[in-house]
Design a protein around this ligand. Structure first.
Ligand code: 5GP
Length: 261
C-alpha cells in the first residue's frame, strides 16, 4: 500500500469510529400543542384528551464542550416493550407519542435506540426499565408545566411570553440555567415555546446547561445580563421549522392545548 493510501485508510477508520462517552444528560420536555403545530406537514399529530401539560421528549447523554452527542451506541440492544410494561400506562400519559401516524411504541423505540443505548453505560440507567423510569421520575420532579406556572407563564393564545423573564423565573427556581427552545412558525411569523431542557450530571443533580452559549444567548453569571443571540439572517427570515433557542427579542406564543375530537 502506498503512503497516501495508508493515510486515507487511517482517516477513514478515525471518521468511522464513534465515541460513546458522555458526561451529562439533557432532559427535554415538550409542549404538545407546539409539537403538533410544527409537524403538520410531515405527520399526523394529536394530543390525547387526558394531556394538557408538558410531556417528556427524551433523556439524552451529552458531552461538555462538544456539539456532537453520542447516539445509537448499541445497535443490537433492541427495544422490547415487554420490559417497560409495568410503567407503560405512566409512559402513555407522560411520555406519549403524539404522532398518530406511527405506533405508540415507535417514539420510545427511537429514544431507546438513539439515546437510551448510550445512557445505559451508567448503571443507574443500565436497562430499558431504568432508563424510561428515570425519564418519568425527572418529569415528576421538574415538571415544566408547574415550573412555568410558578414563573407566571401559563398557556394563552395571545403570544405574550417574555423569554428573558421566563429564563429568570426558571433559573430562580432551579438555581441553574435551563435551555428554552422555540419553533418559528413561518406562516404566522410567530415564535412558539416548544422545549424546556434541563441538564443533569451523572448523579441526576441539575447543572447549568450551556449550549445556549453557542448562540451567545445566556445570562452572564455576574451581571445576569442577557446577550442577544446572533442568528443567521436566513433563519430569522424564513424560519426553517427547526427547534432553536428562543430569541429574547420576540414576544412568544405558548398556545393553549387543542384536543381534536
Ligand atoms: P431525537 O431524535 O433527538 O430524540 O428527537 C428528535 C425527534 O423526535 C424528531 O425527529 C421529532 O420529530 C421526534 N419527536 C418529537 N416528538 C415526538 C413524538 O411525540 N412522537 C414521535 N414519534 N417523534 C417525536
Amino acid at each position: 500500500m502506498r503512503i497516501k493510501d495508508v493515510l486515507l485508510y487511517a482517516v477513514f477508520i478515525v471518521s468511522c469510529s464513534s465515541n460513546n462517552e458522555w458526561d451529562y444528560m439533557v432532559f427535554t420536555q415538550q409542549w404538545p400543542q407546539t409539537v403538533c403545530d410544527s409537524v403538520y406537514e410531515e405527520h399526523k399529530c394529536a394530543i390525547p384528551k387526558d394531556i394538557s401539560f408538558w410531556t417528556v421528549h427524551g433523556l439524552w447523554p451529552n458531552r461538555q464542550g462538544s456539539k456532537d452527542e453520542p447516539s445509537y451506541c448499541n445497535k443490537t440492544w433492541a427495544f422490547d416493550e415487554k420490559l417497560i410494561k409495568p410503567i407503560e400506562t405512566n409512559l402513555d400519559v407522560n411520555w406519549p407519542n403524539l404522532y398518530t401516524d406511527s405506533e405508540k411504541t415507535e417514539f420510545w423505540q427511537h429514544e431507546w435506540d438513539k439515546h437510551g443505548t448510550c445512557a445505559a453505560s451508567l448503571p443507574a440507567l443500565g436497562s430499558q426499565f431504568k432508563y424510561f423510569s428515570k425519564g418519568l421520575e425527572l418529569h415528576q420532579k421538574y415538571n415544566a408545566t408547574i415550573l412555568l406556572a410558578r414563573a407566571g407563564v401559563v398557556p394563552s393564545d395571545t403570544c405574550n411570553v417574555n423569554i428573558t423573564n421566563l429564563y429568570e423565573g426558571l433559573k430562580s427556581q432551579l438555581g441553574k440555567m435551563p435551555n428554552i427552545n422555540c419553533y418559528w412558525n413561518k406562516k404566522k411569523h410567530t415564535q412558539n415555546l416548544i422545549e424546556v431542557e434541563l441538564c443533569v450530571d451523572k448523579s441526576f443533580s441539575i447543572i447549568d446547561c450551556n449550549s445556549n452559549e453557542d448562540t451567545n444567548l445566556y445570562f452572564s453569571s455576574k451581571s445576569e445580563r442577557m446577550k442577544v443571540p446572533h442568528y443567521k439572517t436566513q433563519k430569522l427570515e424564513f424560519g426553517l421549522g427547526e427547534t432553536e433557542p428562543c430569541r429574547p427579542s420576540e414576544l412568544t406564543c405558548y398556545p393553549v392545548i387543542k384536543h381534536t375530537s
